[in-house]
Design a protein. Structure first.
Length: 452
């Protein structure tokens, strides 16, 4: 049975208090967010305005002033939106190809969206925060675990309002799932599963040797950014193939895992995991593998039955979890292509990614008073955080540990069959020193940013 929450006026975060290591309130010496009138418009800038960036710039600028934008591709392309369309829609906005120049001329900018490929999330985000700019950065927050921790620490120091682009967190369907489980409808949670049909991967033999002609308007060096230099190769890295390349993307875990882990983290309030183990194949030297099965062990919370919780992630060729994962699931149930399964003491909930909860058995809903869930805009939540000084729902205090959790799977896949014990406070694997080298990458010469 699919449950649709009724609309109410509440707009706040309704998630479990996450057991996030190092979580703390901003110290009294850090710069506070600027308090603004609710009716005062913000001056917004956007870094990358094509594809997902087009949705982000329009969402962030709605009701506010778009004063500047940047994109490495200055000609029209087959991407949605982009530099040319942004110039037409906001003719008075300053235009840049290099985000560093935008930041050099950012005195009038209050807040910035960053919608680049994964490997270029951290550098402009860190640089913007150091200038006191509020930031909205697309998911996954960063390309490496080290970057996530660094951004969280800088967000605390600077006091700016932060938000990760994980818009499903703000939907009524998502927040209904959180409310149902936290109310105890299916009892405490015994285990959970997440899955996606996607299988981002690249060619097994790695990058091509030939150098193709760079498309007109594309600054290939700026697109590479912090990544190691290589020739442009037509249709190999773009428009979306970069997700399958280790130097640029985070595979299916970074693309969809960051979305699908989130309902479990929000609902149960788990901290980064105690351990992680890959049950699938190792990646290629330069590209991700097309299927994962990864087992995470988390410390239990007040919403779980035991002192540890097992969460199993599957993507691509690994398929969906078996229906036998819970005795409460009908034998003929067709699971969604992407989603989360919560197995509780008294029942089960299947949360469809982008949708909402289905409860099994249906009888659990007899006489149950459905929660009233208010609509909340993800960008509006960030705008409000900028004005009020309060945290947005996907602030880096929440987003960094979530990203840490997800990206640990991309380290574990390099050591199939081995259980890697994770020490989040020290930001290292305690039983596998060889795995720690994958927590951070070296930036290309000339691309280092203070704090990273």
């Amino acid at each position: 049975m699919f449950l649709r929450g009724t609309v109410a006026t509440a707009t706040g975060c309704t998630f479990a208090d996450p057991g996030i290591l190092l979580a703390q309130s901003p110290n009294e010496n850090q710069s506070p967010n600027e308090n603004r009138s609710p009716n005062e418009k913000l001056n917004i800038a956007s870094i990358a305005v094509g594809g997902r960036g087009w949705s982000d710039v329009n969402g962030a600028a709605q009701g506010h002033n778009l004063v500047a934008f940047c994109d490495v591709m200055t000609e029209a392309s087959n991407r949605k939106g982009g530099y040319v369309q942004a110039a037409q829609q906001w003719p008075k906005a300053r235009r840049y190809q290099d985000w560093r120049r935008l930041l050099d001329e950012s005195n009038d900018i209050d807040a910035i969206t960053i919608s680049t490929p994964d490997h270029m999330h951290a550098a402009p985000t860190m640089a913007a925060m150091k200038l006191g700019k509020h930031v909205f950065t697309q998911k996954p927050l960063t390309h490496t675990v080290h970057e996530s921790r660094a951004l969280m620490i800088e967000a605390r120091r600077s006091g700016v309002a932060t938000q990760m682009g994980i818009q499903n967190q703000s939907t009524v369907g998502h927040r209904t799932t959180v409310a149902l489980i936290q109310s105890g409808l299916i009892g405490k949670i015994k285990r959970a599963y997440g899955w996606s049909h996607k299988g981002w991967a690249g060619p097994e033999d790695g990058r091509p040797l030939q150098a193709d002609e760079v498309p007109k308007g594309l600054d290939w060096d700026l697109w590479l950014g912090v990544a190691s230099e290589r020739p442009y190769a037509d249709k190999i890295y773009q428009p979306m193939n970069w997700r399958g390349w280790i130097d640029f993307g985070s595979g299916t875990l970074g693309d969809m895992g960051i979305h699908i882990f989130e309902p479990m983290v929000s609902t149960l309030g788990v901290a980064p995991p105690l351990s992680v183990k890959s049950l699938g194949a190792a990646p290629n030297p330069e590209t991700w593998q097309p299927g994962n099965t990864i087992e995470y062990q988390f410390a239990g919370t007040r919403y779980t039955t035991d002192n540890q919780l097992t969460y199993v992630w599957r993507d691509g060729k690994a398929g969906k979890p078996p229906l036998s994962s819970s005795a409460y699931l009908p034998a003929d149930l067709k699971l969604p292509r992407q989603g989360t399964l919560f197995v509780g003491e008294k029942g089960a909930i299947v949360h469809s990614h982008g949708g909402g909860p289905s409860v099994f058995p249906n009888g659990l809903l007899d006489g149950y008073e459905m929660p009233e869930i208010g609509r909340r805009g993800h960008f509006e939540n960030w705008h409000q955080a900028i004005r009020s000084g309060e945290s947005a729902c996907a602030s880096f205090e929440f987003a960094a540990p979530l990203t840490e959790t997800v990206l640990l799977g991309n380290v574990a896949v390099r050591f199939p069959g081995e259980r890697l014990k994770w020490d989040s406070e020290a930001l290292r694997f305690s039983n596998k020193p060889q795995a720690n080298v994958f927590l951070k990458t070296e930036y290309r010469q000339g691309w280092n940013v203070d704090g990273l």
